[in-house]
Design a protein around this ligand. Structure first.
Ligand code: AMP
Ligand code: MG
Length: 322
């Protein structure tokens, strides 16, 4: 995989590779994405192969602006208000697909809805503009593993034409996914846009549990119990560090314990900083050969807890039995 510095030549090379049906690693404000032309079935098939991703797991489409999104999906009034408030940014909207949207049905896993967002990262936006079409881009990691927040962390992927180095990702967490396909607005995945910012516009978000059986369950492996997983086991809500353990700390709670490596997501207790550090710190701790990683308690969702809900969601899936 060729890693290019963030220069105009890299933008042109990425757009050319996309037009040729190749895969490119692109920086976004959430995590690094593995991009392909969303209209090209073969290129989309290559994404699933490179990630080892189950074919029933649809991809998020990235477009330049609201007009480009509306060419692909029908956005109900509430979705338009969310788009106006949060695009460009880390919010993905799931909405009914337009007939003749032109998107590979493989990218949509055959569904009649699509997940779409307008990213904010200037390099991603420059590639979208130069390419001139929708880019399907899941996270640039093997399916089920930790998401990459630096370009180096994307090296495990084979068959990628090139990568653009955009430095560490601003948010370090995937986008928040909201579904507006049925009578209720549902939070499908907690993410880099905190729930309370969305609820300020929509009122309380529903949860997919108990809603329309089958479809949501199979369309959301980001919602599977085990996902975002390191090799090393995690011990959550740890108030101590035991022999042979490494420590993922928050706000200095585990500072007093002997350990071969303790990384503090945010010594000041800031959840935005913690989110940005989460995947990179888990990678480092995972490489230590520790028996287990003790993870300090992190405030969950509630007023002012912002990204706590999304961070704890990722940690629970990373810790789940496989
Ligand atoms: P990512 O793995 O970050 O690309 O996110 C893809 C996730 O978006 C999937 O795992 C689903 O949870 C969600 N998603 C994509 N398309 C749809 C859809 N049409 N309906 C429901 N969820 C979707
Ligand atoms: Mg992913």
């Amino acid at each position: 995989m060729q890693i290019l510095p963030p220069e105009p030549a890299a933008i042109r090379a990425a757009a050319r590779a996309l037009r040729e049906g190749q895969l490119v690693v692109l920086p976004t404000e959430t995590v690094y994405g593995l991009g392909a032309d969303a209209r090209n079935d073969l290129a989309i098939a290559a994404i699933y192969a490179a990630k080892g991703r189950p074919r029933f797991n649809p991809l998020i489409l990235h477009v330049t602006d609201l007009a480009a999104a509306e060419a692909i999906v029908v956005l109900p009034p509430l979705a338009l208000r969310l788009a106006e408030a949060f695009w460009p940014g880390p919010l993905t909207l799931v909405a009914p697909l337009r007939p003749n949207a032109g998107v590979s049905s493989l990218a949509l896993a055959g569904l009649t809805s699509a997940a779409i967002r307008v990213p904010a990262h200037p390099l991603m936006r420059a590639v979208l503009a130069e390419f001139g079409g929708p880019i399907a881009a899941p996270s640039a990691n093997r399916s089920g593993r930790l998401s990459p927040t630096t370009v180096e962390a994307c090296r495990e992927l084979a068959d990628v034409a090139l990568a653009i180095d955009g430095g560490p990702c601003l948010h370090g967490l995937e986008s928040t996914i909201v579904s507006l396909t049925g009578p209720f607005i549902l939070l499908l995945r907690a993410g880099a846009l905190p729930r309370e910012q969305i609820e300020a516009i929509t009122g309380p978000l529903g949860s997919p549990e108990g809603e329309s059986e089958g479809e949501l369950k199979i369309t959301a492996p980001g919602m599977l119990a085990s996902h975002y997983a390191p090799d090393t086991a995690l011990r959550l809500a740890a108030h101590d560090v035991r022999a042979g353990e490494a420590a993922l700390d928050f706000h200095g709670q585990l500072a007093g314990f002997a350990t071969r490596l303790r990384l503090d997501l945010s010594p000041a207790g800031d959840l935005t900083e913690a989110a940005a550090n989460l995947f990179a710190f888990l990678r480092t701790l995972d490489s230590m050969g520790a028996r287990c990683i003790a993870v300090a308690p992190i405030p969950d969702f509630g007023p002012g807890q912002g990204l706590g809900e999304a961070i704890n969601d990722r940690l629970r899936r990373a810790a789940a039995p496989r």
